[in-house]
Design a protein around this ligand. Structure first.
Ligand code: PXP
Length: 241
């Protein structure tokens, strides 16, 4: 089955713009689930610029779909993950100055550290996904250190302008997807996916999870979150493998 994970960080971003209590990402998660979301994704950043600890704790109690926590490999956040026990964590790189997650993780340069973190999270029953660029060296490392899944970074594909560049980036994702599947890991993808560009990524063999935030939340301002998620699910319905 191809699962849709809805990233609701932007809802918290609006709330934090006024440091008030609305809009509440917890409400948003419920609306996303009513629209058919298979997962709710939140990124607890070290700088807490959007999602707060309280959001994660309440979501752990209220989300009926899969709760996917994006996080950097920092001790503080690892501790919170181990205590909260979301269904899945997706390890991502984090830089303070970035607007959003910019590139995939470099796990190949420091496999021992990531192996240890994967084990600690898995010991708490949490599945671990790694956000990676479609690079063989990184994917091999993910397999060696026991990751459950790789989320392929679709940013380069999403930003490609010419059909030729887009095809090149899509092919890189397809090839990486084959290797991830051969290694026995789950295949996920995300970043920059929209209602217009998502289908070729959804069609990649064995694609199991897409994490989408910005495009769905942007549409939600116009049509409401439940409908925005339902529209994305409709686009993806033929790819439910
Ligand atoms: N996957 C990961 C690992 C991300 O960091 C993000 C952005 O938070 C997304 C998916 C969603 O990206 P977008 O908001 O561009 O859909």
């Amino acid at each position: 089955m191809l699962e849709l994970g809805v990233n609701i960080d932007h809802v918290a971003t609006v709330r934090q713009a006024r440091k008030t209590v609305e809009p509440d990402p917890v409400w948003a998660a419920a609306q996303a689930e009513l629209g058919g979301a298979d997962g709710i994704t939140v990124h607890l950043r070290e700088d807490r610029r959007h999602i707060q600890d309280r959001d994660l704790f309440i979501l752990k109690e209220t989300v009926r779909a899969k709760l996917n926590m994006e996080m950097a490999c920092s001790e503080e956040v690892i501790g919170i993950a181990c205590r909260t026990k979301p269904d899945q964590t997706t390890l991502v790189p984090e830089k303070r100055e970035e607007v959003t997650t910019e590139g995939g993780l470099d796990i190949a340069s420091n496999p021992d550290r990531y192996r240890e973190v994967v084990r600690r999270l898995q010991d708490q029953g949490i599945a671990v996904s790694m956000f990676l660029d479609p690079e063989l060296r990184q994917i091999e490392t993910a397999s060696q250190i026991g990751a459950n899944a790789v989320e392929l970074h679709t940013g380069a594909y999403s930003l490609a302008i010419s059909p030729r560049d887009r095809e090149k980036e899509l092919n890189a994702l397809i090839e990486a997807g084959k290797i991830i599947t051969e290694f026995g890991m789950r295949l996920h993808a995300g970043h920059g996916l929209t209602y217009h560009n998502v289908q070729p990524v959804a069609a990649i063999a064995n694609m199991q999870e897409l994490n989408i935030g910005h495009s769905i939340i942007a549409r939600a301002l116009m049509v409401g979150l439940k409908d925005a998620v339902a529209e994305m699910k409709m686009i993806l319905k033929d790819f439910a493998q």
